[in-house]
Ligand binder design. Structure first.
Ligand SMILES: [Zn+2]
Length: 114
C-alpha cells in the first residue's frame, strides 16, 4: 500500500531557466511544504527560483494521492496546461487577439437574394 499525501503544483511568476513550474508530493499540508520551499529548505529548483527573485505560488493540490501520481504528472511535461494561472493568462491573450481581429475586420458577406 503506497503512502498517501498531497501532490501540489507550484507556478513561478518569473521562469527560472526553462522551469516555470514545480510538481511535488508531501505528507504534510501543502501550505507547510510551501513555507519550507520558500525558506530554501525544500527542493533545489524552487530554492534557485526564489533566489533569482521569482515569486512562487501554490496553484493546485491533489489530496490523498501517492508518489506514483506525482511522477505520472511530472512525466506528462504539461504543467503549463494544467496550471490555472497559465490557463487564465492564455485565455486572456486569446480574448485580446479575438478582439483585435474583430476590430480590424469588415464584413463583406451578403445574403443572396432569393
Ligand atoms: Zn503556471
Amino acid at each position: 500500500m503506497s503512502v498517501k499525501g498531497t501532490v501540489y503544483l507550484l507556478h513561478f511568476e518569473t521562469p527560472y531557466k526553462h522551469a516555470g513550474h514545480y510538481i511535488g508530493w508531501t505528507k504534510t499540508p501543502a501550505e507547510e511544504r510551501m513555507a519550507l520551499h520558500v525558506s530554501g529548505r525544500g527542493s533545489p529548483l524552487v530554492k534557485a527560483a526564489v533566489g533569482a527573485g521569482s515569486n512562487v505560488l501554490l496553484v493546485m493540490t491533489w489530496e490523498d494521492e501517492d508518489r506514483h501520481f506525482e511522477r505520472a504528472l511530472r512525466e506528462r511535461h504539461n504543467a503549463k496546461g494544467i496550471c490555472p494561472k497559465c490557463r487564465a493568462a492564455y485565455n486572456e491573450k486569446a480574448r485580446n487577439r479575438m478582439r483585435e481581429t474583430r476590430a480590424n475586420a469588415r464584413s463583406v458577406y451578403r445574403e443572396r437574394a432569393a
